[in-house]
Write a protein that binds this ligand. Structure first.
Ligand code: TRP
Length: 460
């Protein structure tokens, strides 16, 4: 086992797992989801989803990994037999597909960062069309995405401690510092407080089934749940660590970063009298326009913001790549370097249709029609492997714990490294949620998603 590697200690694991969680999900997706769902009302439901579903599911995943010390497939197969191994395969497939599109979007952030540094955005007037042109211009993006994947592969090839842990320990604090600095600046803008109010004072009448549905999806996306990412990272933690408190710290860090990203973005948006419900373009269209209006500070603030976005994305892409890599190293005994190179290249190639689907090639851009709109390949991959797949993965994991692995063994794993766990309130809480609440809630959400997306039957 020694050759698998390990996180050096608790801090190493927490930095890496928080790095996995904190990503485009927090800084790109969370603000636009919040902006499309009424601001503070969404934030409130999101926080409830984190406590009631996100945190318990995270503990479940980590404990499966730590118990078996194996990759996603190996872990489920060891505890549940060949059939449950399929759930591990599903996680690995999801990670590959998810990374293939995630890396495209990371490429956008990388492109914006380089362009701002190079002064290329200084004369742009219409950031809406700049964004549209940018994501269609693959001659450029090809290299940014490839570059991003190459950096990811380099870090992962260095292994758990030297690569992933070290990178996370540098990138995560840097991200926090940039975030706090940018918030400080954002608060000095005129009308900043309107944004704060929109973000923090909930309008309870805004809460609908859609709010809950979107908040749950966002919680899974943001905490990296449902695709065995944390089974994988959990397999590298030592038996002396306290899983519950580590998972709590990861959840808190992830929530804090999303919360702070909102605190950075909404004051900026409101200071310019702009709409927060711009959708996925929010940080790529609205923010650059704002940076351009900040005079001399603009390029500095803009460059810092997109660097922040790149750092956040990078700790997530390394975690995503590690999922198939751990699998191949464990099961096939290939060398890590070879596996990393092969997998990174494969994932990059799989991502090409998604990259071409943002206006470059019509066939990929208008690939299918459902949910009342034409969908690009990039949307479809996210629909299947994020919106549908993640809650499904979470649901099946709870069923696995209850019916196959059994609560008793789950509890025993959690008590290892945590002497006060047995009989505690935490034990009762986790057992109740994972046995009843999470499977029921996730099961219902899964059915609603399928009906809404593919059968045009919507209850909200
Ligand atoms: N949590 C990441 C983010 O917020 C995205 C993500 C989802 C992820 N699942 C993952 C990252 C699995 C690593 C591993 O951007």
């Amino acid at each position: 086992m020694a050759s698998r590697g390990n996180f050096s200690n608790r801090i190493g694991f927490i930095a890496a797992a928080a790095g996995s969680a904190v990503g485009l999900g927090n800084i790109w997706r969370f603000p636009y989801e919040t902006g499309e769902n009424g601001g503070a009302a969404f934030l409130l439901i999101y926080l409830i989803c984190m406590v009631l579903i996100g945190f318990p599911v995270m503990v479940g995943e980590i404990s499966i990994g730590r118990h078996t010390q194996l990759n996603a497939f190996g872990a489920y197969k060891k505890l549940g037999g060949q059939k449950w191994g399929l759930l591990g395969y599903w996680g690995i497939l999801s990670a590959i597909m998810f990374l293939s599109v995630y890396n495209v979007i990371a490429g956008w952030a990388f492109a914006y960062f380089i362009q701002i540094i190079g002064g290329l955005l200084a004369h742009t007037k219409d950031f809406g069309s700049h964004f549209t042109n940018q994501i269609a211009d693959v001659s450029d993006l090809f290299f940014y995405s490839l570059g991003f994947m190459a950096i990811t592969a380099f870090i992962v090839s260095r292994g758990i401690q030297k690569g992933i842990e070290t990178a996370s320990k540098v990138l995560m604090p840097a991200l926090f510092i940039m975030l706090l600095g940018l918030i400080g600046y954002s608060f000095t803008l005129p009308n900043a407080m309107d944004g704060v109010q929109y973000y923090l004072v909930p309008e309870l009448s805004e809460i609908t089934v859609k709010t809950v549905y979107d908040a749950l999806g966002q919680a899974f996306f943001s905490l990296s749940l449902g695709m065995a990412a944390l089974v994988t990272y959990g397999s590298y933690i030592s038996k002396n660590e306290n899983i519950v408190s580590s998972a709590a710290l990861v959840t808190i860090t992830d929530t804090a970063v999303a919360f702070l990203a909102g605190l950075l973005i909404f004051p900026m948006v409101f200071s310019q009298g702009l709409s927060p419900s711009e959708g996925p373009g929010l940080v790529f269209v609205v923010l650059p326009g704002i940076f351009a209006s900040l005079g001399l500070m603009g390029p500095i603030i803009g460059a810092l913001f997109f660097l922040l976005l790149c750092f956040a994305a990078l700790t997530s892409t390394i975690s995503l790549l590690e999922i198939p890599v751990t699998f191949l190293v464990d099961e096939k005994k290939f060398s890590r370097t070879k596996v990393v190179l092969g997998t990174a290249l494969l994932v990059f190639l799989i991502g090409i249709p998604s990259m071409l689907s943002q206006g470059a090639v019509d066939f990929f851009s208008n690939f299918l029609f459902y949910e009342g709109k034409t969908k690009a390949v990039l949307d479809i991959v996210f629909d299947i492997f994020s919106d549908v797949g993640l809650p499904l993965g979470g649901f099946l994991m709870t069923i696995f714990i209850i019916s196959k692995w059994k609560m008793k063994n789950f509890n025993q794993e959690l008590a290892t490294g945590n002497p006060t766990y047995m009989g505690s309130f935490m034990q009762k809480y986790l057992n109740f949620i994972l046995t009843y609440f999470a499977p029921a809630f996730l099961g219902i959400m899964f059915v609603l998603t399928i009906l809404k997306k593919f059968f045009d039957i919507s209850f909200f």
